[in-house]
Design a protein around this ligand. Structure first.
Ligand SMILES: Cc1cc2nc3c(=O)[nH]c(=O)nc-3n(C[C@H](O)[C@H](O)[C@H](O)COP(=O)(O)O)c2cc1C
Length: 404
């Protein structure tokens, strides 16, 4: 008798006492006895990737440090080296799980782009403990890292969207930062992202898919009533697989649409999903307060470059304009460690987001897993700042990188 987790995605969990009725696996079945063509419903890995979950020690000793230790082990095991995981490309006709669309190249390119960025060790100076606090629309953050908006987890895990999103927001708040919520194609009375935001007293950002203008404006205004910190649209959600499969229209937005959405709220407004200079300049023109440079973790268009590849030119195009001096720029895609966070900052982002690692923690470990992951990444940001002689976030710039 026992529990197993998928060592590829770290999201899928199996308990042989319960079985997996959704997949036709009866209680009492051991993973070895699964059908030979069994695939993880989240990432498509084969059954030999299911590993025993060694959680009992932490549960019975009830020790936080041991639990954190376990969580770290799981994070390390699950630190996805995409080159080892061909399963991460989309399985035809299935919801994406944690995979990348098509061949998975856009997903891979996020890692390859970050891998090319090399940090310069610079040590000889007076030692000081690095300070990484930062303001975000009136909130004092303890570090420049957010949880990316993610949604749709209820498609492939036995978890409610609302519970998942609440765990993300609660864990982020506990770690001194802010979680973003994603969207779901499932029907709801109150959007789960909005319910989650209410449950943490507004401490979060709601990002909605590019639905019809009327629906979006209603959601944005509801989010404002829930006292969210900011609100926005992932314009690249126009390529969403789950929304298409659910028959819910998600569409491209033009400049007037985005201006209308921005005007519909007094909250800071984010346009997420920018991958080229021309879109960035139009987003600026709409009055957006936050521009999210992102290829959606490689989930919406095959064969895009990695985010770290395009980030410096997009930042330059934005900052070269008068309006673009103050806009907040975020970057996400392939960020797995605090060192990756520092690389994205050095390439010009103001704040960095991480997606799948948060999902991997929030589903099995809830808010505590999210908090622990962020603290773990914080310690690597600090290490990177010490080793590159950066005492403050303002010190992090292209000088700490070798030429790329
Ligand atoms: C399971 C999953 C669901 C996602 N859902 C959304 C969403 O609803 N809205 C959104 O803006 N981005 C969504 N994203 C994209 C993330 O916000 C982010 O751009 C991406 O995960 C970053 O790449 P990373 O996972 O390599 O860190 C989703 C990503 C994943 C993996």
């Amino acid at each position: 008798m026992g529990k197993w987790y998928c060592s590829v995605c770290n999201v899928y969990h199996y308990d042989d006492e319960v079985g997996d009725p959704k997949m036709g696996i009866k209680a009492g079945t051991m993973p070895d006895d699964f059908p030979s063509d069994w695939k993880c419903p989240v990432c498509g890995a084969t059954k030999n990737k299911l590993k025993p979950l060694v959680e009992t020690e932490a549960e019975t000793t009830n020790s936080t440090s041991q639990r954190e230790h376990k969580i770290k082990i799981i994070i390390e095991k699950g630190a996805d080296n995409p080159l080892l995981k061909p399963e991460l490309a989309q399985d035809y006709g299935k919801p994406l799980g944690l995979a990348g669309i098509g061949s998975g190249i856009s997903y891979l390119n996020n890692f390859k782009a970050l891998e090319k960025v090399k940090l310069r060790t610079r040590l000889i100076c007076d030692h000081q403990k690095p300070v990484m606090e930062k303001d975000f629309f009136g909130i004092r953050l303890s570090l420049p890292l957010f949880a990316s908006p993610t949604g749709g987890l209820s498609y492939f895990e036995n978890i409610e969207e609302e519970d998942f999103m609440t765990s993300v927001l609660t864990g982020c708040k506990a770690a001194g930062t802010v979680g973003f919520t994603g969207d779901t194609a499932k029907d709801f009375q109150v959007h789960p992202g909005i319910t989650a935001i209410k449950s943490v007293g507004g401490h979060g950002v709601n990002i909605f898919k590019p639905r019809s203008q009327d629906t979006l404006i209603e959601l944005i205004q509801e989010s404002e009533r829930s006292k969210a910190i900011a609100v926005g649209v992932d314009i690249d959600g126009a390529g969403s697989v789950n929304f298409t499969l659910a028959g819910k229209p998600v569409v491209r937005k033009n400049i007037d649409d985005l201006k209308e959405l921005k005007r519909s709220t007094s909250l800071p407004f984010m346009v997420k999903g920018i991958m080229c200079e021309s879109d960035a300049l139009v987003a600026l023109e709409t009055g957006a307060d936050i521009i999210g440079i992102s290829n959606h973790g490689g989930r919406v268009l095959d064969s895009t470059p990695g985010v770290a590849d395009v980030l410096p030119n997009i930042v330059k195009a934005i900052r070269d304009t008068k309006k673009g001096k103050k806009v907040v720029i975020t970057a996400d895609g392939g960020v797995r460690t605090g060192f990756d966070v520092v690389k994205m900052l050095a390439l010009g982002a103001d704040h960095v987001l991480t997606g799948r690692p948060i999902v991997r923690e929030a589903v099995p470990h809830g808010a505590e897993g999210v908090r622990s992951l962020i603290d773990y990444m914080r310690s690597d940001i600090e290490k990177a700042m010490i080793m590159t002689s950066c005492n403050t976030l303002e010190d992090i710039n292209s000088d700490i990188l070798y030429d790329i």
